[in-house]
Design a protein around this ligand. Structure first.
Ligand code: UD1
Ligand code: CA
Length: 456
C-alpha cells in the first residue's frame, strides 16, 4: 500500500490580520504547518503533498524540503476543490490521509489509529464530541448509529445543529474511491463551495462501511483561525511539555511560566525557575539550575552548573560546575570549560575559556582563547575589532588581568602574566611578568577648583 499524506493549507487566514500567511505563524517557535509536516513524517508515508493558496509562495519557500510536493490551489473553492487540485500528483498513491496546515497538534498515534481503521474499509473519519459544536460540520448518524453524511453549519437544520459530534476534517480514504467521489461533488450549498464532506454520503450510497476514530484530546483537532486560538494552543502545548519535563525529573517553579521552543534534553534534578525560554536544541545535564528570566538557545550546559537570573546564552557550550550570571550574555561559538565563573554584565563571544577561570564583572571577551585559572578584572575589554577586521586575543594559564584593562588584539598575554589595572596592552606580554601601561600619577599642591561665575 502506497500512502500519501495531503495537507490542505490554502486558507487565507484573514482573521489573523497578518502579513504572514497563517500556516507560517509559529507555535512553540515552529510554523503551524511545520508541526503538521513533522507529524506526517513521523508515520513514514510514501509521499507528502501540500496544497497552498494563491500568493502562498512564501509558505513553500519557508518550508521547502526534498520529501514535500507542493500544489497551488489558484482559487479557493472549498475543501473538496483543494483535494481535487492535488489528485494528479497522487498517481502512485493507494491511500490518502487528509490533514490541515492550521491544525497543528494532531498526534501521530491518532493518525496511526485512523489508518488502522482504513484497513477494514475505504473511508475512516476522525470525529469528536464538542460541548459547543458551533461552526463545525455535524456528523449525521442513522437509527443504527451508522454515519450517513456530514452537514455543514450553514446548511444544517435546527435539529442537526443540536448534534454534538463534529467533523474534524481529518480523514483517511482509498485513493480510487476518493477520485470517483470528488468527480461528482457539486457546489449547490449555502457557501457555493465544493465540500470535501460531501463524499461521506456518496460513500454510504456505495455501501462503504465508514469507520470512525476519535482523537485522544480535543486540542489535537483544534484549528487556528485567529491569534486567540493560537495563544490557547501555545499554552496547551507548553503545559504538555512542562508535564513531560516534570515526569522526567525536572523541578519547575511554575509550569505555567516555561517556554520550550525546540528540543530540551534534561538530566536528573534539573531545576528551572520562572520565565525561562529554551530555543532550538538545548541540553541541561544533571543538577543544572536555571534562574528566572534566562534564555538558552542551541546550547549545552554541563552538570551542576548554575545559570543565574536574566542571562542569555546562544550557540554555546558550558561545562560542569560553572556559575554564569546574573545578567551574563554568552554569544555564539563560545566554549566554556568546567568550574568557570562568569559574572554580571559580562559578554563573551566566539571564545574559549579553560577551567577555573573567572570573569566576574563588566567585561567583553571576544575572539579570545583563554587558559585556565585566569582572573579577568572588572571592566576588561578585548578590543577585537579595528573597524574593518576582527583579531584574536590569546590569554595563557594563570594570567591576572587588572581592572579596566584593554587588550588590543591581535595580542598574546603569556602564561602567568600580570597586567596592572587601567592598562592598554598593545604588545605581547612575556610569561610570568608584570605589564602595565599607565601614565605616572602626579599630584598638584594647592590646586584650586574652578568656581561658578556669579549671576548678573
Ligand atoms: C471544514 C469542514 C467541516 C469541519 C471543519 C473543521 C468542509 C466542507 N467542512 O469546515 O466539516 O467541521 O473544517 O475545522 O470541509 N482549505 C483549502 N482550500 C479551500 C478551502 C479550505 O485549502 O478552498 C483548507 C483551509 O486552509 C483549512 C481547511 O481547508 O485548513 C478547512 O477550511 P475551512 O474553510 O476552515 O473549512 P470549514 O468551513 O471550517
Ligand atoms: Ca476552519
Amino acid at each position: 500500500m502506497h500512502l500519501g499524506v495531503l495537507i490542505l493549507a490554502a486558507g487565507e487566514g484573514t482573521r489573523m490580520r497578518s502579513r504572514l500567511p497563517k500556516v507560517l505563524h509559529p507555535l512553540a517557535g515552529k510554523p503551524l504547518l511545520g508541526h503538521v509536516i513533522e507529524t506526517a513524517r513521523s508515520i513514514t508515508p510514501d509521499e507528502i503533498t501540500i496544497v497552498y493558496g494563491h500568493g502562498g509562495e512564501t509558505v513553500c519557500n519557508t518550508l521547502a524540503a526534498d520529501d514535500l510536493d507542493w500544489v497551488e490551489q489558484k482559487e479557493r473553492l472549498g475543501t473538496g476543490h483543494a483535494v481535487m487540485q492535488a489528485l494528479p500528483q497522487l498517481q502512485k498513491v493507494d491511500q490518502v490521509l487528509i490533514l490541515y496546515g492550521d491544525v497543528p497538534l494532531i498526534s501521530g498515534s491518532t493518525l496511526v489509529s485512523l489508518l488502522a481503521a482504513l484497513h477494514q474499509t475505504d473511508l475512516a473519519l476522525l470525529t469528536v464530541d464538542l460541548p459547543d459544536p458551533t461552526g463545525y460540520g455535524r456528523i449525521v448518524r442513522d437509527r443504527n448509529d451508522r454515519v450517513v453524511r456530514i452537514v455543514e453549519q450553514k446548511d444544517a437544520t435546527e435539529r442537526e445543529l443540536e448534534i454534538a459530534e463534529i467533523n474534524t476534517g481529518i480523514m483517511a480514504v482509498s485513493k480510487n474511491r476518493l477520485e470517483s467521489w470528488l468527480g461528482r461533488i457539486e457546489n449547490n450549498n449555502a457557501q457555493n463551495e465544493y465540500y470535501l464532506t460531501d463524499i461521506i454520503s456518496m460513500a454510504v450510497n456505495d455501501g462503504v462501511n465508514i469507520q470512525v476514530v476519535h482523537p485522544v484530546c480535543e486540542e489535537e483537532v483544534m484549528g487556528v483561525n485567529d491569534r486567540k486560538q493560537l495563544a490557547y494552543l501555545e499554552r496547551y502545548f507548553q503545559q504538555q511539555q512542562a508535564d513531560m519535563l516534570m515526569a522526567s525529573g525536572v523541578s519547575l517553579s511554575d509550569p505555567a511560566r516555561l517556554d520550550v521552543r525546540g528540543k530540551l534534553t534534561v538530566g536528573k534534578d534539573v531545576t528551572i525557575d520562572i520565565n525561562a525560554v529554551f530555543e532550538g536544541d538545548v541540553s541541561l545535564a544533571d543538577g543544572v539550575r536555571i534562574g528566572p528570566n534566562v534564555v538558552v538557545k542551541n546550547s549545552r550546559i554541563g552538570a551542576d552548573t548554575e545559570i543565574l537570573a536574566n542571562s542569555v546564552i546562544e550557540d554555546a557550550e558550558i561545562g560542569a560546575d560553572c556559575r554564569v550570571g546574573p545578567f551574563a550574555r554568552i554569544r555564539p561559538d563560545t566554549q566554556i570549560a568546567d568550574q568557570v565563573h562568569v559574572g554580571n554584565f559580562v559578554e563573551i563571544k566566539k571564545s574559549q575559556v579553560a577551567t577555573k577561570s573567572k570573569i566576574n564583572h563588566l567585561s567583553y571577551i571576544g575572539d579570545t582563547v583563554m587558559g585556565s585559572e585566569v582572573n579577568i578584572g572588572a571592566g576588561t575589554i578585548t578590543c577585537n575589532y579595528d573597524g574593518a577586521n576582527k583579531f584574536q586575543t590569546v590569554i595563557g594559564d594563570r594570567v591576572f588581568v587588572g581592572s579596566d584593562t584593554q587588550l588590543v588584539a591581535p595580542v598574546t598575554v603569556a602564561d602567568g602574566s600580570t597586567i596592572g589595572a587601567g592598562s592598554t596592552i598593545t604588545r605581547d606580554t612575556p610569561a610570568e611578568t608584570l605589564s602595565l601601561s599607565r601614565a605616572k600619577q602626579i599630584s598638584i599642591d594647592g590646586w584650586q577648583r574652578p568656581v561658578k561665575k556669579p549671576k548678573k
